[in-house]
Design a binder for this molecule. Structure first.
Ligand SMILES: [Fe+2]
Length: 93
């Protein structure tokens, strides 16, 4: 469990920074709202980390549920909205 939380924290630090830099560079729409969703995710991972060290038995189920919603709503929704502008900026078809 500890390594999973560490992976999530690494994901948050690296992936969000890269994504946010690309959004700014490509002048993607709704950057503020997108960054706000990232910030909510960051806080949730911090909560998971805190719960882990307080032996919260519901942690695993809560993490799975949260990650499932994140994959559906953010990655396939919010992230997809700016994909075209990033592709244009990077010269990808
Ligand atoms: Fe995102």
């Amino acid at each position: 469990m500890h390594s999973l939380i560490n992976e999530l924290q690494n994901y948050v630090i690296y992936h969000f920074k890269t994504e946010e830099d690309l959004m700014v560079k490509s002048q993607s729409p709704n950057i503020d709202l997108h960054v706000m969703e990232h910030e909510l995710f960051r806080k949730k991972v911090e909560e998971f980390h805190h719960s882990y060290y307080n032996n919260n038995e519901e942690l695993l189920n809560e993490m799975i549920s949260f990650m499932r919603k994140w994959l559906i709503i953010h990655i396939s929704g919010t992230d997809a909205e700016y994909a075209d502008s990033i592709k244009d900026t990077l010269g990808i078809q």
